[in-house]
Design a binder for this molecule. Structure first.
Ligand SMILES: Cc1cc2nc3c(=O)[nH]c(=O)nc-3n(C[C@H](O)[C@H](O)[C@H](O)COP(=O)(O)OP(=O)(O)OC[C@H]3O[C@@H](n4cnc5c(N)ncnc54)[C@H](O)[C@@H]3O)c2cc1C
Length: 387
């Protein structure tokens, strides 16, 4: 009998889950209260990075994801995703910073990441400031256009029989000690053998509605968009302090910046990090600091206009790792949320891993036994068999 799966959330993570689950022959329905990819997926920059990850469970997922993005690009057409394997260049602003970056890169290299030390960074990026002492080139870093990618993944899932249902999930149907479906605000009941919580920053609330709460919190970020320019920035370029900013647990404003070009000619300058709940107000200090840091890296930006600024809320778990796997309290609920600032990059591997959990066997290189560090029962109050 075919396993019936409801995926809550049509962001990049939910659509990647649908893509892999449908490819595995499962009966998939994706349900979202809004348009496809309109949540945090529409608020990111589309970096697919291995360069910013410490060796550990997230890097393992990122490396698999990088392979699966390539595979999805071959199947769907790289232009459908705007998949660009452009590589990342991480630069240091001081000799000490360069030494620390070199040590970090050595540990990543030992974990299987390709790294190339660069003394003359302007050979790779001619418009960088002349006094930058060096950096590390990460050829595996890439970029996608997140909303296009979510739509393409879902379209491919639909071609394999998946359905999209419009509606807000408000509760679970249960029976025999497990979940048997979800209810929407309109009163629809979608029957399911398994329900995937891919609700991103709202994963905590959706988990609660399914009887399986997990702690997922919002981390606000602003991204600046410049006027369209001729190609000036070839790689994803960011300063080495970005990695510390990503991993930090400080509530205050952090503004290590990443600069990258897009197909349309605009440059994206991201992204600040703040824990201010779902506060949607503009923060001029964040925007000013991001702009200043970007100008420090690329002095030509001082003469460039900004077109706009947008913001979003990254979904984070207290330990900064996504929560992926079966909930130990409610059989049939599988979580796939809390990817913080890396959900675009990590989506394909998350979809494959969720599918592997649903099938009870490895799928497309994702083996549940190899990713136990991401299981829900690591979170406080969720003691379970996988610890
Ligand atoms: C400023 C910024 C920059 C970023 N840059 C990058 C980057 O460069 N690279 C990267 O990898 N990541 C980046 N991220 C992070 C990335 O955007 C997220 O990790 C990712 O989009 C999360 O995807 P998701 O599918 O889990 O969530 P979402 O895209 O938010 O999707 C969740 C979906 O669930 C739906 N939903 C919620 N509740 C319900 C309900 N009750 N019923 C039905 N549907 C529901 C929502 O409508 C939404 O569509 C960035 C984020 C921000 C804010």
């Amino acid at each position: 009998m075919t396993l019936k799966v409801v995926v809550v959330g049509a962001g990049i993570v939910g659509t990647a889950c649908a893509f892999h689950a449908a490819a595995a022959g499962l009966d998939v329905t994706v349900v979202d209260r809004g348009p496809v990819g309109a949540g945090t997926t529409s608020r990111g920059e589309g970096n697919v990075l291995v360069s910013d990850k410490e060796p550990g469970p997230e890097l393992a997922l990122a490396r698999l994801s990088r392979t699966l993005w390539e595979e999805a690009g071959r199947e769907l057409g790289p232009d459908r995703l705007e998949l660009e394997p452009k590589g990342g260049l991480v630069v240091a602003s001081s000799a000490e910073g360069l030494a620390a970056l070199g040590e970090f890169a050595a540990r990543q290299e030992a974990a299987g990441v390709r790294v190339e030390r660069v003394d003359r960074v302007r050979d790779l990026e001619p418009h960088l400031a002349p006094d930058i002492p060096g950096g590390v080139h990460y050829p595996q870093d890439a970029q996608v256009q997140p909303v296009l990618a979510a739509a393409a993944l879902l379209r491919a899932a639909v071609r394999r029989g998946a359905r999209l249902h419009a509606g807000e999930v408000v509760g679970a149907e249960t029976g025999g000690g497990r979940i048997t479906g979800v209810r929407t605000a309109a009163g629809d009941v979608l029957p399911a053998d398994a329900v995937v919580n891919a609700a991103g920053t709202w994963g905590g609330e959706v988990g609660r509605r399914l009887g399986a709460p997990v702690e997922v919190l919002p981390r606000r970020g602003f991204v600046l968009v410049t006027e369209p320019l001729p190609p000036m920035v070839r790689h994803k370029v960011y300063s080495a302090d970005y990695v510390a900013g990503v991993a930090s647990s400080d509530a205050g404003l952090e503004t290590s910046c990443v600069v990258e070009g897009t197909r349309g000619g605009t440059l994206l300058i991201g992204a600040s990090r703040e824990r201010v709940g779902f506060d949607t107000r503009m923060n001029i200090a964040a925007v000013t600091r991001l702009a200043a840091r970007a100008c420090r890296l690329f002095p030509f930006l001082r003469a460039v206009h900004l077109l706009r600024v947008y913001r979003g809320f990254r979904p984070y778990c207290p330990d900064h790792l996504p929560v992926i796997g079966p909930d130990p309290r409610v059989p049939g609920v599988v979580h796939a949320c809390g990817h913080e600032g890396a959900g675009i990059g990590l989506a394909p591997a998350t979809g494959a891993l969720v599918t592997a959990h649903l099938l009870g066997r490895p799928w497309r290189g994702a083996d549940p036994a190899a990713h136990t560090g991401l299981l829900p029962d690591r979170l406080s109050g969720l003691g379970g068999a996988h610890r």
